[in-house]
Ligand binder design. Structure first.
Ligand code: NAG
Length: 190
């Protein structure tokens, strides 16, 4: 392995740690343990489990004695939601040229990508950047809500075609992920 490769791998491993540490100490934002934050934010076992696994993915220290500004958890959840939206967007765009599908289905995928997923990804990404670089929480709730509405529009386009496949189940995962980001953002006290 070359040194460059080693450094690249090291950066890959470290990236989630650096991201997790990016949560700023903003005025009025509570400090909580990750498990406590997940418990407070989750109305259902499903979302709680998703919260815990998301924080683990970002290498958050889950010990009850370790507290972080809630912003850090929101950033992780937003990042995970944005990645999930991106994957769904790619999967949907792969279907636009799928000649096994009807014209209506391909048009629906096209609209899902251009009208629903791209704008949603953009606003989630934008707000994620804003949280990483400072304490600007304006637009956080709106970004989550519009992300939610976007995926519902796409889901409805596919549902009206009686079209159900892996993209459809990806949309359901996006819904859980954006719900988690929204619920955690409620803990910011904004
Ligand atoms: C194209 O659509 C058909 C019908 O839904 C599906 O079975 C197939 O997997 C799709 N092809 C690709 C490459 O996703």
């Amino acid at each position: 392995m070359t040194t460059t490769t080693k450094i690249s791998l090291l950066l890959l491993v470290l990236a989630p740690l650096l991201m997790a540490a990016a949560g700023k100490d903003c005025p009025g934002v509570p400090w909580l343990g990750a498990v406590a934050a997940c418990r407070k934010a989750s109305g259902t076992k499903l979302i709680y489990n998703l919260c815990i696994s998301t924080m683990r993915d970002y290498e958050v220290n889950m010990s009850p004695s370790h507290r972080e500004a809630v912003t850090a958890y929101v950033i992780n959840a937003l990042e995970a939601a944005t990645n999930s939206y991106e994957e769904t967007g790619v999967a949907a765009s792969n279907q636009i040229d799928n000649t096994s599908l009807s014209h209506q289905a391909r048009d629906a995928f096209q609209a899902c990508v251009g009208d629903d997923y791209l704008p949603a990804e953009h606003s989630l990404d934008h707000i994620d950047d804003a949280l990483r670089s400072g304490c600007d929480f304006a637009g956080l709730t709106d970004a989550c809500m519009s992300g939610m509405m976007s995926l519902e529009r796409c889901r409805d386009r596919l549902m009206s075609l009686q079209y159900s496949d892996s993209v459809y189940s990806m949309i359901l995962v996006d819904r859980q992920r954006v719900s988690l980001a929204y619920s955690l953002s409620k803990l910011l006290g904004i």
